[in-house]
Each structure stands twice: as structure tokens, then as C-alpha cells.
Write a protein that binds this ligand. Structure first.
Ligand code: FAD
Length: 339
């Protein structure tokens, strides 16, 4: 029931680096298509921290995750690049100049080259093994990220986890929530010292209550409406915390999923590439952004942008086999609609 499409370059993943790769390909007059498993573009920036500021994007002293993605989307707007969203790429066969990809929705994509900008893979949060969990996820009573802080205004919440995300959100939401129970299976939290001292202040004010060493045990409520969260110690001592929401921050599963089946050399969670071109072990297939690794790699958005440019320039030779690419600045090329 899916679509069949042909393009020069297929970009797997519409996170920040995939979006910028689409711009780079377009500037070199190559057609491309963006595919993402999520229903929205933006990768981690939108799925995990749309309202968190980023301070290390060149020329942007501070920009929130969601805002950065809006700007990247605006930058490719003139090129009208097709986006296949809500589709996971499952299969990749063929060779440079003639690849065939398949999605879980039955789409078939023919492409001359492939850019894998898949971040941590078709990622998902680590979910706690609790009975009836799906029912509460469906209504948004249980969540793994904060999309809109206002959703938690005057609410009673359980935040679970012992790392930076759990602490940062407990601090941030303590300004508007009615009550926050911070549940962790150990007594100590793993977070920046500054965050930990702010946490002590929030606890002293009474909005945040530390529940340690406890683990999640069960959910109370009905028809997706949460009324309480059961927690237990290792010794089996159980408490029920009254709450309308559970926010669990147990990290992301970094499973490459289907990508592991494509015959490309990889480590457990990354694809090693040639640093000068970002080519993988399979000619015609490139990897950029968080998923790409080489000595000195930094998992930062700015490095992903640079990798996108290198991959696009390397791919030019595959799409235009008999044409040398003369390096030009963007000024001399312009974008459609620019003066
Ligand atoms: P991602 O953003 O992970 O996007 C990959 C996309 O590929 C996802 O949308 C996924 O659904 C899709 N995908 C994967 N597999 C498939 C498949 N088989 N089919 C279809 N789609 C697929 N970086 C900074 O530079 N500065 C910061 O301040 C900063 N702060 C951060 C704060 C937090 C809390 C986190 C979690 C990260 C932060 N980062 C920061 C890191 C930054 O977000 C990542 O480096 C960046 O998102 C990587 O971009 P990407 O495009 O490579 O991958």
C-alpha cells in the first residue's frame, strides 16, 4: 500500500543532520527524500528536548531544540523536499548508483546514494516493565519526554530515574507542578553538582520529595487515568505515591535495529566511516551525525552539519559520474526564490 519513489539521494533520519544534508544535496542540485520513523522531523531535538536551550550552534548564542529544527526546515523550504514520515526504513539492497530501500509501510525507494543520519537508530525510550503500561502511555499519563511544560501545571507527578534528565526535569517542573516525587533505585543521583545543589533547595521548599532507594512497581488507576504509582524497596516495602503522571527517564535504547542487517560494518551503536567523506564500508552508503564514528568524533550537532557537507560533496560524483564538481560558495549559487 506504500509509495514507490525514485531519487538521487535518500536520507534516513530527519534529525538536525539529516535536514542539513537535504540542504547540502539540494545546493548541489541533487534530488533527495527524507525518511523518518517518527511522525515529526527533528530527531532528538524535537523528541527529547524541544524546549531546552542549545548554546553551541555557531551564530546562535542560545536556541531551543524545537526552534533549531524550525530554522533548519525553513532553510530547505525553497527546495520542496519530499518527506516520508512515520516510516521506518527496514531493508537496503543494491549498490552505488542503484539502491533499493523498503519501509515498514510498504514504500519502495530507488536511490543512487544513501545517507544514514539515523542518530541512535530508530530510537525509543527504555520503558519500565509495569503491568498495563500501554494503556497509560496512550493517554499521555505515562511519558518519557516533556513536550509542553504547561501540561504539568498544578499536577502531581512521579519522576523516575537517577541521571541528568530526571533531575533537570524535576527542577524545571518544580516551578509549576503541585508535587513531584523523585524516585530512584539508589540513594545517590548522577547529575551535575550545580543541579544537585538546586535539587536540595527544591526539596527544602517542599515541592520535590525524594523517594529513594525505591523502584517502580505498579500503576494505579483505570481507563488510562492514573491516580497513583506503587514503588518498592529491594526488601519489598511498598508505598503508593498519589500522582496523575509518571515521567520515566531511564535513557534511550541505542539499538541500530534494521540497520544491522544491511551488511555495513558497525560497532554496537555506531557505524565507522572514512572521516574525509563519511562513506561507510558499503560504497555509496554514507553515515553522518550521531551514528557515524571515527577517531576524534564529537556527538554534537555542529559536527553533524560538517559531515553532511562532506557526504553531499562525495555523493556528487556518484550522481554525476562524468562531471567534476567545482567548489563554489553558496553566494554564487543562491537558493530558489533568492534575489
Ligand atoms: P537524531 O537527532 O537522533 O535523529 C535521528 C533520526 O533518525 C530520528 O528521528 C530517528 O527516528 C530516525 N531513524 C533512525 N533509524 C531510522 C530508520 N531505520 N528509519 C527511519 N528513520 C530512522 N548536541 C549539541 O550539539 N548541543 C547540545 O546542547 C545538545 N544537547 C543535548 C541534550 C539532550 C538532552 C540530548 C539527548 C542530546 C543533546 N545533544 C546536543 C545531542 C544532539 O541532539 C545530537 O547530537 C543530534 O540530535 C544528532 O542528530 P542526528 O540527526 O545525527 O540524529
Amino acid at each position: 500500500s506504500g509509495a514507490t519513489v525514485s531519487t538521487d539521494v535518500v536520507i534516513i533520519g530527519a534529525g538536525p543532520t539529516g535536514l542539513f544534508a537535504a540542504f547540502q544535496c539540494s545546493m548541489l542540485k541533487m534530488n533527495c527524500i527524507l525518511v523518518d520513523a517518527l511522525d515529526e522531523i527533528g530527531g532528538q531535538c524535537v523528541a527529547l528536548y524541544p524546549e531546552k536551550p542549545i548554546y553551541d550552534i555557531p551564530a546562535c548564542p542560545a536556541i531551543e531544540g524545537g526552534e533549531l529544527i524550525e530554522k533548519l526546515s525553513e532553510q530547505i523550504e525553497p527546495f520542496s523536499i519530499p518527506r516520508l514520515l512515520g516510516r521506518r526504513v527496514e531493508g537496503l539492497t543494491g549498490s552505488a548508483g542503484d539502491f533499493r530501500l523498503e519501509t515498514n509501510k510498504g514504500d519502495v525507494i530507488h536511490a543512487k546514494a544513501v545517507i544514514i543520519a539515523a542518530g541512535a537508530g530508530a530510537f525509543g525510550p527504555n520503558r519500565p516493565p509495569l503491568e498495563g503500561l500501554e494503556e497509560y502511555e496512550a493517554t499521555g499519563a505515562v511519558r518519557y519526554s516533556v513536550r509542553r511544560k504547561a501540561d504539568f501545571e498544578d499536577k502531581s507527578l512521579v519522576i523516575a530515574g537517577g541521571g541528568d534528565s530526571a533531575i533537570d526535569w524535576a527542577l524545571s517542573l518544580s516551578r509549576l507542578a503541585r508535587k513531584i516525587y523523585l524516585v530512584h533505585r539508589r540513594d545517590k543521583f548522577r547529575a551535575a553538582p550545580e543541579s544537585l545543589s538546586q535539587l536540595e533547595e527544591a526539596i527544602a521548599k517542599g515541592v520535590v520529595e525524594k523517594i529513594t532507594p525505591y523502584q517502580l512497581k505498579g500503576l494505579q488507576g483505570s481507563e488510562g487515568k492514573l491516580t497513583g504509582v506503587d514503588v518498592a524497596t529491594l526488601q519489598g516495602e511498598v508505598r503508593t505515591l498519589e500522582a496523575e503522571h509518571l515521567l520515566a527517564f531511564f535513557g534511550l535504547a541505542t539499538d541500530l535495529g534494521p540497520i544491522a542487517q544491511w551488511g555495513i560494518d558497525q560497532t554496537r551503536s555506531t557505524i565507522p566511516v572514512t572521516p574525509s567523506s563519511c562513506q561507510t564500508s558499503l560504497p555509496g552508503v554514507y553515515a553522518i551525525g550521531d551514528i557515524a564514528s571515527y577517531p576524534g568524533k564529537l556527538k554534537l550537532i555542529l559536527q553533524g552539519f560538517s559531515e553532511a557537507a562532506m557526504a553531499a560533496h562525495a555523493i556528487y560524483a556518484i550522481v554525476n559520474p562524468n562531471q567534476a564538481l567545482h567548489f563554489e560558495y553558496s553566494t554564487s549559487k543562491g537558493v530558489p526564490g533568492s534575489a
